[in-house]
Design a protein around this ligand. Structure first.
Ligand code: AHR
Length: 695
């Protein structure tokens, strides 16, 4: 209602301002008679911000001859959401190839799992002995289980274990793999350990022999180099002498990880993420952040330090998280890809769906006892110190000890993940917010406003954020493509004096081209509102074939392939073409189509290069011509690149056919004024090169 009044008043105002001589008296008259009167009770500054928002939102609808207005927009707008769902971390982005390397799997992770899941007992050549899972004197208290091999008689080949990885271990020919394990020989004599990579038929691809000796736990290493590629190999460790030996943390990592980081990330998957050019990376989720009950909250301190000392835990999505990809690896990845970290911590409450959906009788949201909040609050403060503190600070020293003395320059921290806004949540959020804000006033704290685009939690969350003046709030919604098309103007009406928005999770419930175009159209609206939308990330990011708990996702993968969806290419095109000012009135919707929600467009400028980027979305079945007017820009040449993503409305990229819909780029010559015919079902990016830096 407010929008209709404002928009119709604006049309009157702009018409009269533009068609009549612009002397001061007539402007003031028009202002008071036609426009200001309905808002006579609004405070002046509030009125000005609303007017600015409406002007900038409505200008694309006006005719081309009208004015061009620009405004600064967020320079962090498009980023990514990472959560260990769908085997995104263990078995996915984390490059570890051994599954259950520390014998910590348990039935609570997943029905039927135990400490020997993914391991087979091998007694080849008639060896005699036994294997048992022990915990009497563990490698570390955080890593309580290990395996004991008792070799009564090794006979020809010894006895031991075989690990089959995550659906097999994918090996590349002539590449080096770092094998390591912790072992403790019981007895004075050394225990020979034969380590082998084998193909599915048992053929040995590479091997090494280690001698475990000494009294305590020690780490042993070897490099294995298979000469042939095998998509589903296994790793074998055999004790070939008589005696007893304990084993733990049996690990195999490729040397070729992303940026060659030790304990690093799978290079091809990490590269596909880097290619999105995300401005930020949210971590560790999602529901994983606030967990399935209080014991399952994601505790960042459990995920740093030597991997054998980290605390593994049950993954809320029904499997196991080793924390091998922990906070250090996350921050380092952000640095490697030039993205800002955006860690999200639980707000002192667990997921409202703990123990099953609360609506159907789950235990619901659990809250930390008030007495536990001081320690928890300190943990959150320590996270900021660990990221940014000097090496002389207690937590900055731990970062330095891990190999990163320079601060990570953390700018954002999220508190809470789409929590139910209960009194328990609100009091804990306030406590955390107050403590972090008091200690780190420059940090941009991101609050939370529930799991949907509206409703009780949205209203209560926004009211709380407004009351506390939280800098940014996190909105989540998974809706149909038509919802995204018809809600393109959602943020045009947001109050610019309130919290900014992080659209932390969104997706249009499908991976067809039409879904991706609906998201693209919506993203033009995010750019147009980049003064109030600070950050946005599609969710979820990764999904492993055969282990997918949530669809749709942005990137599907197996152990050997990566299949970015069409939605991925939309995210990539927006990510690679971000700007820092938004320009209204440059590209208009096709004549007579102003109310057609399948059409959308935006224009941003990248100050770094001076380039102007036009994004045109046609999510309808007929070609549409967008008029473009670049006359308002100084320092712009005609050289441009035009990139088009188009195809059949229902087309998808799959693991079997990953290249069904791909963006195609070609040189383009832009004019000061021109029309661009956008193909049916297409996203077009026209990047006109500026004469600024970098060009
Ligand atoms: O993105 C998948 C899940 O959706 C997230 O974990 C949760 O925050 C949301 O409900």
């Amino acid at each position: 209602m407010l929008h209709i009044e404002l928009t119709s008043s604006l049309h009157q105002l702009s018409y009269q301002l533009l068609k009549r001589p612009t002397n001061t008296r007539s402007i003031v008259q028009v202002y008071f008679q036609n426009f200001l009167y309905p808002f006579r009770f609004l405070p002046f500054m509030r009125f000005i911000t609303i007017l600015q928002a409406v002007l900038l939102g409505a200008l694309p609808l006006l005719s081309q001859a009208q004015t061009t207005a620009s405004k600064p927009i967020s320079t962090d707008l498009f980023g990514i959401f990472f959560e260990d769902i769908n085997y995104a971390a263990d078995g996915g982005l984390y490059a570890e190839l051994v599954q259950n390397r520390s014998f910590e799997y348990a039935p609570s992770d997943h029905d039927g799992w135990d400490a020997l899941t993914s391991w087979d007992y091998l007694h080849e050549g008639f060896a005699m002995g036994s294997v048992s899972v022990e915990s009497a004197s563990a490698l570390h208290e955080n890593n309580p289980h290990y395996v004991r091999l008792r070799v009564e008689n090794p006979l020809q080949k010894g006895l031991g274990l075989r690990n089959t990885g995550f659906d097999g271990i994918a090996l590349r020919a002539e590449e080096k793999y770092n094998f390591s394990l912790w072992a403790r020989a019981q007895g004075a004599a050394a225990m020979p350990l034969l380590v082998q990579l084998r193909d599915p038929k048992g053929v040995v691809l590479a091997e090494a022999t280690l001698q475990a000796q000494g009294t305590g736990w020690q780490q042993y290493r070897a490099t294995l180099t298979p000469t042939v590629a095998v998509p589903a190999a296994s790793l074998v460790v055999l004790a070939t002498g008589k005696g007893v030996v304990d084993l733990d943390m049996v690990s195999l990592l490729p040397q070729k990880t992303f940026h060659s980081r030790p304990n690093g990330l799978r290079a091809d998957l990490a590269q596909s993420i880097a290619d999105l050019k995300p401005k930020f990376v949210r971590f560790p989720g999602g529901c994983l952040t606030h967990g399935d009950g209080l014991d399952n909250l994601y505790q960042w301190k459990n995920t740093i330090g030597p991997v054998e000392q980290r605390v593994a835990q049950r993954n809320i999505w029904g499997y196991h998280q080793t924390a091998g990809l922990g906070y250090f690896e996350y921050f380092q990845f952000c640095e490697d890809i030039g993205a800002k970290p955006l860690p999200v911590v639980a707000a002192g409450v667990s997921c409202q769906n703990s123990g099953g959906t609360w609506r159907v009788g789950g235990i619901g949201q659990q809250a930390l006892a008030p007495a536990d909040m001081a320690a928890y609050t300190q943990d959150v403060l320590d996270l900021v110190e660990w990221a940014n503190g000097p090496v002389t600070s207690p937590w900055g020293a731990k970062r330095a000890a891990a190999g990163h003395p320079a601060p990570f320059n953390l700018e954002y921290v999220g508190i809470g993940n789409e929590d139910k806004i209960t009194p328990e949540f609100s009091s804990r959020f306030q406590q955390l917010y107050a403590a972090v804000h008091a200690r780190y006033p420059a940090l941009k704290i991101v609050g939370t406003v529930g799991p949907g685009p509206k409703g009780e939690d949205y209203d209560l969350g926004w009211a709380l954020a407004t009351q506390l003046q939280v800098p940014v709030v996190d909105e989540h919604y998974y809706e149909r493509p038509r919802w995204f098309l018809s809600n393109n103007r959602r943020y045009d009406h947001y109050d610019r004096t309130h919290s900014k928005v992080y659209l932390g999770e969104y997706a249009s419930q499908g991976n067809a081209l039409f879904n991706a175009l609906a998201e693209a159209a919506y993203m033009t609206g995010l750019e147009r509102n980049g003064d109030v939308v600070q950050l946005a990330s599609y969710a979820p990011l990764l999904a492993k074939e055969g282990h997918t708990q949530w669809n749709p996702d942005l990137i599907y993968f197996t152990n050997t392939t990566v299949a970015p969806t069409v939605n991925y290419y939309v995210q990539q095109l927006f990510g690679q073409n971000q700007g820092n000012t938004y320009h209204a009135g440059v590209v208009a919707l096709p004549t007579g189509m102003a109310t057609d929600t399948t059409l959308a467009a935006s224009c941003v400028r990248d100050a770094r290069t001076g380039d102007v980027v036009l994004k045109l979305v046609n999510a309808g079945p007929t070609a549409q011509t967008f008029p473009i007017d670049l006359r308002g820009f100084a320092g712009l040449g005609s050289a441009a690149t035009c990139t088009v993503l188009t195809g059949d409305k229902e087309a998808k990229n799959t693991l079997a056919a990953p290249g069904t819909v791909l963006p195609k780029a070609a040189p383009y010559k832009a004019a000061k004024r021109f029309s661009y015919p956008a193909a049916p079902y297409s996203l077009t990016i026209i990047r006109v090169r500026g004469k600024g830096k970098g060009n």
